[in-house]
Design a binder for this molecule. Structure first.
Ligand code: TYC
Length: 103
């Protein structure tokens, strides 16, 4: 059969889209007791933020009540939030990081 007679069938996509894991936000919640400096230290230590980024996130939570620290996979978000909360607890502060699914 000459090339021009080959019926071009639209290729049917069979491969399934890979399910992307749902992403979670780690939220920093303000309180009246944890020192600002301590919050910034925790953000630097656990979330590898620079001084400037940590200070900015801390001040956002301080002013508005909460701030998104990072968006990542559920298990990582939960582990980081726990590590950060544990640092607060060890130091006797009510510092609270929570996680929630991204819309
Ligand atoms: N509001 C605290 C203070 O004035 C500082 C603070 C900021 C605490 C952010 C928690 O997530 C927080 N000492």
């Amino acid at each position: 059969m000459p090339d021009k007679d080959i019926a071009l069938k639209p290729r049917v996509k069979t491969e399934k889209k890979l399910d992307r894991p749902k992403l979670y936000k780690v939220i920093l919640n303000n309180d009246d007791f944890t020192p600002r400096e301590f919050v910034t230290i925790v953000l630097k230590a656990i979330f590898r933020m620079s001084e400037e980024a940590g200070y900015r996130v801390m001040m956002t939570a301080h002013k508005f009540g909460s701030a998104v620290v990072v968006v990542c996979q559920k298990d990582i978000a939960e582990t980081k939030a726990k590590e950060a909360n544990d640092l607060g607890k060890e130091a006797g502060f009510p510092l609270l990081f929570t996680t929630e699914p991204e819309e």
